[in-house]
Ligand binder design. Structure first.
Ligand code: S3P
Length: 168
């Protein structure tokens, strides 16, 4: 497998970083983690960045970083759950030369995975479970445009990676 641009999308807590990293290892591709690159570039956590500059500024920079990665060749990138909110990002991610992979998970699974974590500004709310359902409702129409959709509930990392390799 050569020259593929593989982009993982999906909700917070859907396992994008873990699965994308594993897949990159298996394919011997470079792996990029958009959130990590963002934090390294700004020398701050996403949470602190949200607090200081707000979501709009975050989205603008996230867009810039994503698009500079998409110019490269042969890579796997794990994106932040909100990149598909931007129309230009969607046009790129769902274009023919990119393999987009949506890691699908039920709200309960997502909640279970994130309930002990504190680093996601959008889920620092009183009722994170309801918030997950709300965000998922708003974004499902975009996530479902991915070339490949993988159901991740109750599956181990290696199973998911195998399934992806068979499909791409
Ligand atoms: C966000 C998801 C996060 C991060 C930011 C906003 C979102 O990334 O980019 O907190 O809007 O869904 P993960 O999906 O990697 O948690």
């Amino acid at each position: 497998m050569k020259n593929k641009k593989i982009v993982f999308i999906g909700m917070m807590g859907s396992g994008k970083s873990t699965i994308a990293r594993e897949l990159a290892k298996r394919l011997d591709f470079v792996f990029y983690d958009l959130d990590k690159i963002f934090e390294e570039k700004n020398n701050t956590s996403i949470c602190d960045f949200f607090e200081k500059f707000g979501e709009k500024t975050f989205r603008a920079q996230e867009k810039q970083i994503l698009n500079s990665i998409l110019e490269k060749n042969s890579f796997v990138v794990s994106t932040g759950g909100g990149v598909i909110l931007d129309e230009f990002n969607r046009e790129k991610i769902f274009s023919k030369d990119i393999v987009s992979i949506f890691l699908k998970a039920l709200p309960e699974t997502i909640y279970d995975r994130i309930k002990n974590e504190t680093h996601r500004p959008l889920l620092r709310v009183e009722n994170p479970k309801a918030e997950i359902e709300k965000i998922l409702n708003e974004r499902s129409k975009y996530y479902s445009k991915a070339q490949v959709t993988i159901e991740t509930d109750n599956k181990a990392v290696y199973e998911i990676v195998e399934e992806i390799i068979k499909k791409i």
